[in-house]
Design a binder for this molecule. Structure first.
Ligand SMILES: NC(=O)C1=CN([C@@H]2O[C@H](COP(=O)(O)OP(=O)(O)OC[C@H]3O[C@@H](n4cnc5c(N)ncnc54)[C@H](OP(=O)(O)O)[C@@H]3O)[C@@H](O)[C@H]2O)C=CC1
Ligand SMILES: O=CCCC(=O)O
Length: 368
């Protein structure tokens, strides 16, 4: 197999400035000469022995010249904690790409389909972390993210130098910093990398990662992020990824609430809300969210992709973020109240588009 040499800073720059869906292999391809294959000799070794590190020292590093990077070529044993709507398809994509994946979920039965696909199973997050080089966590909220990372038999108990923990749950910056502190106290590396994109993008490997924390770990896990996603951003210190995610979801929650009002108003004045969906889809306020969820909202159907309880959690956390910097967010605050009404009406586990039901309920209440 022919060997080529890659100048360290060329590849680093290519990776760090990569456009959407750029994989490490593509980034390598952007260099003058390259090989995208990360050799199997690193399989099972701690991440500190991976070939990326010397790239930052300005030295030269040899790579074999295989044309494509497959997950099979990636050395790490990957742990995955949390197999809900998002975690399951994400872990599945890693397995299908050939990664060596070990899973854990609070409700054990959700591990079964992944084990059938070839994943290993461990009884506690601690055991997953101890047996893997890199462990991803996709959990519901700050409380569960802290519990799984730092609680009894939590992942931190299985971490040690040479390992990495990547929390991809949507949490607030303080929670992320707390988890980071516990993980780093073991000598391991920490990255937060919450995702934009929902169930379908998770299934299709089209998520957007908002990463922050240890940059070296970011480089190491980039091939995994590229299996699960279409693009990734490195945003600096821990907390910045969490903040970016909350700002995005604050906008999204308000948009959905406003869209719901529009649908109901159009109907009230005798228009066909399905036509409104079509009109919106062709204009300046067109958004995939309106086009994909609008038709089912018109039918009062809310198949769950993003649970309403999580959208309300994100609005709550975003409002906390805004308050921490004295930023006025009256629209998000109003939207949050609507999601709280929807939750109180038993819609927590429906898709967040079910927030429209809270408006229907409110209107009925007002006309009484
Ligand atoms: N769905 C979406 O469209 C998106 C969601 N997100 C975010 O990703 C994260 C996961 O979302 P999603 O997969 O939809 O959520 P789900 O509710 O489907 O899954 C939540 C996961 O967290 C676990 N969990 C909850 N509480 C605990 C606890 N106390 N201890 C241990 N595990 C716990 C659940 O375990 P169990 O199976 O036992 O209940 C499950 O694995 C959330 O932070 C969400 O905001 C981000 C982008 C998109
Ligand atoms: O956190 C959930 C985000 C959902 C989406 O981006 O479609």
């Amino acid at each position: 197999m022919a060997m080529t040499f890659v100048k360290a800073n060329q590849l680093s720059t290519a990776i760090l400035t990569s456009p959407p869906k750029t994989t490490v292999s593509t980034a390598m391809a952007m260099c003058s000469s390259f090989s995208p294959r990360i050799t199997k000799q690193f399989r099972g070794r701690p991440i500190s022995s991976f070939p990326v590190k010397p790239l930052f020292s300005g030295s030269f590093k040899a790579f074999s010249s295989q044309a494509t990077t497959k997950a099979d070529d990636i050395p790490a044993r990957v742990g995955f904690l949390g197999l809900g709507i998002m975690g399951s398809p994400m872990a599945q994509n890693l397995i299908k790409a050939g990664c060596d994946v070990t899973v854990w979920n609070r409700t054990k039965s959700k591990c079964d389909p992944l084990v059938s696909l070839g994943a290993k199973y461990k009884s506690f997050p601690e055991e997953v972390a101890a047996s893997c080089d890199v462990t991803f966590a996709m959990l519901a909220d700050p409380e569960s993210a802290v519990e799984v990372a730092c609680g009894k038999h939590g992942a931190a108990s299985g971490m040690s130098p040479g390992k990495g923990y990547v929390d991809i749950s949507t949490v607030d910056a303080d929670t992320s910093k707390l988890i980071s502190g516990h993980i780093k106290a073991t000598g391991a590396l920490f990255l937060e990398a919450p995702v934009s994109g929902s169930k379908k993008p998770a299934e299709d490997g089209q998520l957007i990662f908002l990463a922050a924390g240890d940059r070296y770990l970011y480089e190491i896990v980039a091939p995994f992020l590229d299996i699960m996603g279409k693009s990734r951003f490195y945003l600096g210190d821990v907390g910045n990824g969490a903040a970016m995610k909350l700002v995005v979801n604050m906008i999204m929650g308000s948009m959905m609430a406003s869209f719901s009002e529009g649908l109901l108003l159009s109907e009230k004045v005798g228009l066909d809300p399905s036509v409104l969906v079509e009109v919106v889809s062709q204009g300046a306020i067109s958004a995939p969210m309106f086009s994909t969820k609008g038709p089912s909202m018109v039918q009062s159907q809310y198949p769950t992709a993003f649970p309403l309880k999580h959208q309300q959690k994100d609005l709550r956390l975003a409002l906390g973020l805004a308050e921490s910097v004295s930023q006025h967010t009256p629209i998000a605050a109003a939207a949050n109240e609507l999601y709280k009404v929807a939750k109180s009406r038993g819609l927590s586990d429906q898709d967040f588009s079910a927030v429209i039901e809270a408006l229907k309920a409110k209107l009925q209440h007002q006309t009484k």
